[in-house]
Write a new protein. Structure first.
Length: 317
């Protein structure tokens, strides 16, 4: 059996870690399966169509900005003798199946794709949560990781690579879709995170490791233990992550800096406490100011995410 995954174009490119995870899990659970991957960012339509020609199953993963292009790709590759599946955040939330898509996956894709490869043909398949430590690290060869890194080096002069330490987020901000995919946060052990960090930094000669978690550092013991391990192994590769202003302290930021963290990214969203409460953000403007001041004091670069257009927002707020 041959499975081909497709990544539709959007306004920017990134490694398809989700496809890397699903590919690795398929190989673990179905020995001998062939898995390939094509992306709109690097492959031409002709290459994508040709790559899908002998596929038994074609999987398309799409966020909302990718959805229209994902349907266009489905139309290009759909044949009577193949089976087209679409998953990702968009279909998980709208639960709509196009005429060019045979089946949609709601939620996580690893278990769902194994069932589909084993013959599940229900139009809507609900992914089941798997023990996070039963899922192998992403198959970065299938993802063709080098293309993303080489593009970053060419465009920005830095070899960026991404890593996922946890799935999901413990918070429930109203504007975020994370809970629709991951109802609860599942954390990897610091040892497993460290092993992947050191391996990908070495193998891909990474200049910077980006943690792709919704929020990293929500569990103090996990991030503290990881930082201590990175220090013990004399890590020289800079890294950065998303953090929540209300869940991080100066002591942890100092340890992160010593372990190689060079920048942190915080969801400010608004400078108005009433709006933060409306968003169900687990922080306040005072906590945000403190977190930015502490990060600056220990020598970390800071980035703020901001949101405009909340329903009750005014010119004053």
């Amino acid at each position: 059996m041959k499975v081909v995954f497709l990544q539709p174009r959007s306004f920017h490119t990134w490694e398809s870690l989700n496809i890397g995870y699903i590919a690795a899990y398929l190989k673990k659970m179905i020995p001998g399966i062939q898995v390939d991957f094509f992306t709109d960012f690097f492959d031409t339509e002709k290459e994508i169509i040709e790559g899908c020609r002998d596929a038994d199953i074609i999987g398309i993963s799409a966020t909302s900005p990718q959805y229209a292009r994902g349907i266009a790709l489905a139309r290009l590759v759909k044949r009577p003798d193949n089976w087209v599946v679409m998953g990702g955040y968009h279909v998980t939330n709208i639960k709509y199946k196009s005429e060019f898509v045979d089946q949609i996956v709601i939620g996580e894709g690893e278990d769902a794709m194994v069932r589909i490869c084993n013959g599940d043909r229900f139009p809507v398949v609900h992914g089941k949560e798997i023990d996070i430590h039963e899922i192998p690290n992403p198959d970065r060869d299938v993802m063709k990781q080098n293309r993303n890194i080489d593009a970053c080096e060419r465009d920005f002069g830095t070899r960026y690579i991404s890593l996922l330490a946890n799935r999901g987020c413990p918070y429930g901000c109203v504007f975020c879709s994370s809970k629709s995919m991951f109802p609860r946060q599942r954390r990897r052990t610091p040892e497993s995170i460290l092993t992947e960090f050191l391996e990908i930094a070495r193998k891909y000669r990474a200049d910077f490791v980006k943690f792709s978690d919704d929020e990293f550092g929500t569990n103090k013991k996990q991030i503290t233990d990881l930082c201590k391990m990175l220090i013990y192994y004399k890590n020289k590769t800079p890294w950065g992550c998303n953090i929540v202003a209300g869940s991080i302290d100066r002591e942890t930021l100092e340890l992160m800096k010593i372990s190689g963290c060079s920048e942190v990214w915080m969801g400010v969203e608004s400078g108005d406490d009433a709006l933060l409460k409306e968003m169900r953000k687990p922080t306040t403007t005072d906590k945000i100011r403190t977190a930015f001041a502490d990060a600056r004091a220990v020598g970390l670069k800071r980035r703020a995410y901001c949101i405009l257009g909340m329903p009750s927002e005014s010119l004053e707020s």
